[in-house]
Design a protein around this ligand. Structure first.
Ligand code: PLP
Length: 397
């Protein structure tokens, strides 16, 4: 099968400048190319009055590194610019960003509507919020009528993924935003898959763009981190009521590693885009594979592809066999694809949501028990295809 769209990859030249550091001030008179790691917990002021005056706008002043830190700030300014937002807050993990968002904006009696398949721990956190009187439900249908039917008078936030966890199905974001705005409901997208380079949700009217920077932005499987990009008003609210109180601050050293990750992000994403497509194409032609869940290979979603300016390399296939033993041996026979969680690093990874006894739970979420997810790394397509070929040939069709 050919992908429904060859869909050229495009990265904005301004984004490349931001990633490479052309937006940065000269940090020292000697012209150092990287921002310093401000490894400090607090910032002393010349006078007590200066400190007192800084407190009301702690989100804009350096007082204490649980709030603001100059190294982290340098990263935040870049991410805000890349996503066309007014402000960004970085956190110790993607989940710290999710919890800052929920704690920062929601109160007892509010309802969250999740749309599309959602990262598991995000839904687990939403389950915990029920103890505090915050309800939610998940709408797996992607059409506007079904989504509209699931909105309640108490719905305060519509939180979605596009492409979604495991299934990689896309949503019509503009239509969803229009619906939410007509009901005065905030919208948040987990934009980790597309990275700040391949999708600009705020430019489509989404209120909050969330990232696990652990994945492509870090890019080297060496840092856990998250980010929220918003307008200035939501930033202030989330900072004061969520971020500062849940304590999930990003460490300055991690901020520095992520600025380094951004330096090569455009180049890495170009290769992830190209190699991911080529490997998806190989798999879609293979007799042992029933289906490829990569946005470019899902015919029903082809009208939605212009929302993306490129593809990352995380996608899944559905093997014709749904037997757990077959999935185990396929994964174990792969040599270059390491077996593990997470994604977006230089190394290729493989995992399945199947554990041998959860087929019914998976089917309820629209996930085939024969689903196998790949994160295509930078090893090069020839070697990766040869590896997949030998492992697939060992599955009897
Ligand atoms: C990994 C991930 C998260 C959570 O991020 P952490 O950095 O692991 O806390 C959230 N959403 C998606 C889609 C993810 O893959």
């Amino acid at each position: 099968m050919k992908p429904v769209s060859e869909h050229n990859c495009h990265i904005d030249p301004t984004d490349i400048e931001i990633c490479l550091g052309h937006d940065e001030p000269l940090y020292e008179q000697n012209g150092t190319m990287m921002p310093p790691v401000y490894q400090t917990s607090l910032f002393a002021k010349k006078t007590f009055a200066e400190l007192v005056n800084a407190f009301p706008a702690e989100h804009q002043n350096y007082i204490y590194s649980r709030g603001q830190n100059p190294t982290v700030d340098a990263l935040e300014k870049k991410l805000a610019a890349l996503e066309h937002g007014e402000a960004c807050k970085c956190s110790a993990s993607g989940m710290a960003a999710v919890s800052s968002l929920f704690y920062g904006l929601l109160k007892r009696g509010d309802h969250i509507l999740f749309v599309n398949n959602i990262y598991g721990p995000t839904l687990q956190l939403a389950n915990h919020l029920r103890r505090f009187g915050i309800e939610h439900n998940v709408c797996l249908s992607r059409d506007t009528e079904s989504i509209e039917r699931d909105i309640r008078p108490e719905t305060r936030l519509i939180y979605f993924e596009s492409p979604a966890t495991m299934t990689f199905r896309m949503l019509d974001i503009r239509q969803l935003v229009e619906l939410a705005k007509s009901r005065n409901i905030l919208t948040a997208i987990d934009n980790t898959w597309a990275t700040p380079l391949f999708m600009k949700p705020l430019a489509m009217g989404v209120d909050i763009s969330l990232h696990s920077l652990t994945k492509y932005v870090g890019g080297h499987s060496d840092v856990v981190a998250g980010a929220l990009i918003t307008n200035a008003e939501l930033h202030r609210e989330i900072f004061a009521n969520g971020y500062m109180l849940n304590g999930g601050a990003m460490a300055p050293w991690n901020g520095w590693l992520l600025i380094r990750g951004l330096r090569t992000l455009p180049n890495r994403m170009l290769q992830h885009h190209r190699d991911g497509l080529q490997i998806a194409r190989f798999l879609s032609d293979h007799p042992a594979v029933a289906r490829v869940n990569h946005p470019a290979f899902v015919t029903e979603d082809c009208d939605l592809l212009p929302q993306l300016s490129g593809f990352s390399s995380l996608f899944s296939i559905e093997l014709k066999t749904e037997k757990f033993a077959d999935i185990c041996s396929f994964i174990d026979n792969l040599r270059l694809f390491r077996t593990g969680v997470s994604w977006g690093g230089v190394e290729s990874l493989v995992i399945s949501p199947s554990n041998g006894s959860n087929a019914d739970v998976l089917r309820q979420k629209g996930i085939s028990p024969g689903l196998v997810r790949f994160s295509v790394g930078l090893e090069g397509v020839e070697a990766l295809i040869a590896d997949l070929d030998q492992a697939l040939s060992k599955i009897s069709v």
